[in-house]
Design a protein around this ligand. Structure first.
Ligand SMILES: O=C(O)CCC(=O)C(=O)O
Ligand SMILES: [Fe+2]
Length: 345
């Protein structure tokens, strides 16, 4: 991920967004001005925020979908009517379930048709173009572009990321009747974009369950050199491996850990449009840089069982998630926040 760590919002920007939500008069003032004016208003409230901090915070943390109006970009209300329904008609086999439980990841072929993915690809691209904050023209090399919570942006994106086809795959692999979406995210590794360090996803999630699964769905044909994922086989069985937020340090730490533990590394093969990989919340995973001239376009969706409860946060990331994503809830409550849609059934 980029050096700035795009997962990190700033407290000031988050505080400003929450105040706008809870104060109509202030929101009215902000509506009358432009981005610069809004940053000036924040400054007068003792909240010093840079434009890029505000953009990044809104891009990554706008769970309810109401904050992006504070960027100059506006929003797109793309309709969903002419987009294909992705019915829950993909069969996960008993062998798939066994492999997933044993290894902590899985390659699934043809979860969608090429036509289906091609219809949705521009929808995801639109969201990225409007909301992403770190385009490569601002950098020397290609960036790793991340835009979260597309389902909150417009009906077209929602139809894709909340599709029951993907929800059923998650439910079947977790062995539960019903799943909710933790988040969805467009992850575009531009040509030259850097590697994804080894990490465990569940580190960030204040959820009282080990049953977390992410579907990683490429929107273009991806070759190994573009940065398909790699996994440390069966590492999910060890559970939490320590506070190692994604970054250079975690990369070094886990590289050594993998060697010591003797975990076999599985490199995901080339994936066709319509294929996907799936990984467990505790499995160690990462991806190489994009060494090609094309963008590696992918969408990821993370799920957990409906009925899961919230944990007391054990790190700063989980604290933020509780405060800003599950904002109407407390530790011990069911993790059924209004933005965590039931994706299946
Ligand atoms: O796309 C990548 O390179 C990383 C994705 C990832 O870590 C995830 O989906 O959990
Ligand atoms: Fe991950």
């Amino acid at each position: 991920m980029s050096k700035e760590n795009p997962l990190q919002p700033t407290e000031n920007a988050l505080t400003f967004m929450l105040r706008l939500e809870n104060n109509q008069e202030l929101a009215g003032e902000c509506e009358k001005t432009d981005l610069e004016g809004r940053l000036e208003i924040a400054k007068n409230m003792d909240l010093e925020i840079s434009e890029s901090e505000l953009r990044r915070t809104i891009t990554m943390w706008d769970y309810a979908g109401g904050w992006h109006k504070w960027l100059s970009y506006g929003r797109i209300d793309q309709a969903s009517d002419d987009l294909p329904d992705l019915f829950p008609d993909f069969q996960v086999t008993e062998g798939d379930k066994k492999d997933f439980n044993e290894n902590g990841f899985l390659i699934l072929r043809n979860v969608a048709s090429k036509e289906e993915i091609e219809k949705y690809r521009p929808v995801v691209r639109n969201c990225l173009e409007l909301y992403n904050t770190q385009y490569s023209h601002e950098k020397e090399q290609g960036a790793f572009l991340q835009t979260k919570n597309l389902r909150m942006r417009n009906p077209a994106a929602r139809k894709f990321t909340t599709a029951p086809r993907f929800g059923k795959i998650a439910a079947d692999l977790l062995g539960v009747d019903s799943v909710r979406i933790y988040h969805d995210q467009a992850l575009y590794k531009e040509a030259g974009g850097s590697k994804t360090a080894w990490h465990q996803d569940k580190l960030y999630y204040p959820l009282d369950t080990d049953k977390v699964v992410t579907i990683w769905l490429p929107l273009v044909h991806v070759k190994r050199e573009m940065g398909t994922m790699h996994f440390a086989k069966a590492s999910h069985k060890k559970g939490y491996l320590g506070f190692q937020p994604i970054g250079e340090e975690a990369e070094d730490h886990f590289t050594e850990h993998i060697q010591k533990q003797g975990f076999e590394i599985f490199e995901s093969p080339d994936l066709n449009v319509g294929d996907a990989t799936v990984h467990h919340g505790w499995v160690l995973h990462g991806a190489p840089p994009n060494l090609t001239e094309s963008n590696r376009e992918a969408l990821v969706i993370a799920y957990y069982p409906d009925g899961t409860r919230l944990l007391s946060p054990v790190n700063v990331y989980q604290e933020r998630v509780l405060k800003y994503m599950y904002r109407e809830l407390n530790p011990g409550d069911l993790a059924n926040g209004s933005t965590n849609h039931v994706a299946y059934p």
